[in-house]
Design a binder for this molecule. Structure first.
Ligand code: TYD
Length: 203
C-alpha cells in the first residue's frame, strides 16, 4: 500500500495544478490508489467555502478570508485527509504554505496567528513532500492571463512577495523540490515523476 501526502504549491499561474493532474494521471496509469484535493475547496463543504471566497462578488476582510481558508482546511483534514492517511496517496493543490505565503507575506497578517490556527486544525500533522512551482520575476503577470476570481487581481509586486514567501518557507528543507515553470512541461513532468517514484518507492 502506498501512502504519502504530496502538496503542489506556487503562485497563481505557476503550473502547479497542471502538474498535479499529470501526477494523478501517472499514478492512475500505475494503478496506484490516490486522492486529489484542492484548497480552497476539496471536500463538499470546502467547495462551498471556495465559491464564497473566490467570488468576485465577495468583499471579505483579509482576516475573514484567513478564517475561511482554515475552515475549509478543517473540513478537508477531518473528512478526507485523516481517514486516508497511511491508506492512500493524497495529492493536494495548495495547503498550509499557501496561507503563510498569501495571508502573511502577501497581506501582512501575523505569522504566529496563522501558525497557531494551522496547529489548532491540524495538530502535529505535516505533509510529506512539497513541489514548489516558481515563476521568473519577469513572467509573473504574463502567466496570470485570465482574471477569473478575486485572487487573480493583485499586482506583480504582490505575487512577488508571495513567491518570496514560499521560497522562505522552503529554505533549508529537504522535503521540498523547486519546479521552474520556464522549463518545458515535459521536463518538469519527468522531474516530478522521478521524485514521486522515489517517495513511494516504485520503479
Ligand atoms: P487556486 O485555486 O489555486 O486559484 P486558481 O484557480 O486561479 O489556480 O487558489 C485560489 C486563490 O486562493 C489563490 O490566489 C491563492 C489563494 N489562497 C490563499 O490566499 N490562502 C490559502 O490558504 C489558500 C489555500 C489559497
Amino acid at each position: 500500500m502506498y501512502s504519502k501526502v504530496i502538496v503542489f504549491e506556487g503562485i497563481d499561474g505557476s503550473g502547479k495544478s497542471y502538474h498535479l493532474n499529470e501526477a494523478s494521471k501517472y499514478l492512475k496509469k500505475k494503478k496506484i490508489d490516490h486522492i486529489k484535493l484542492r484548497e480552497p475547496g476539496g471536500s463538499k463543504n470546502s467547495e462551498k467555502l471556495r465559491n464564497l471566497l473566490l467570488s468576485n462578488k465577495s468583499n471579505f476582510e483579509k482576516k475573514t478570508d484567513l478564517l475561511i481558508y482554515l475552515s475549509g482546511r478543517s473540513e478537508n483534514f477531518y473528512k478526507i485527509i485523516k481517514p486516508n492517511l497511511k491508506k492512500k496517496i493524497i495529492l493536494i493543490d495548495r495547503f498550509v504554505d499557501s496561507t503563510t505565503a498569501y495571508q502573511h507575506y502577501g497581506f501582512g497578517i501575523n505569522k504566529n496567528i496563522i501558525n497557531l490556527l494551522n496547529k489548532f486544525v491540524l495538530g502535529n500533522f505535516k505533509a510529506d513532500f512539497t513541489f514548489l512551482h516558481l515563476v521568473k520575476k519577469k513572467n509573473i503577470r504574463k502567466k496570470i492571463k485570465s482574471k477569473k476570481n478575486r485572487y487573480d487581481k493583485f499586482s506583480k509586486n504582490f505575487y512577488l512577495k508571495v513567491q518570496n514567501g514560499f521560497l522562505r518557507l522552503s529554505k533549508k528543507k529537504k522535503n521540498y523540490l523547486k519546479i521552474y515553470s520556464e522549463e518545458t512541461k515535459e521536463r518538469n513532468k519527468q522531474i516530478i515523476q522521478k521524485k514521486i517514484n522515489l517517495l513511494i518507492k516504485i520503479k
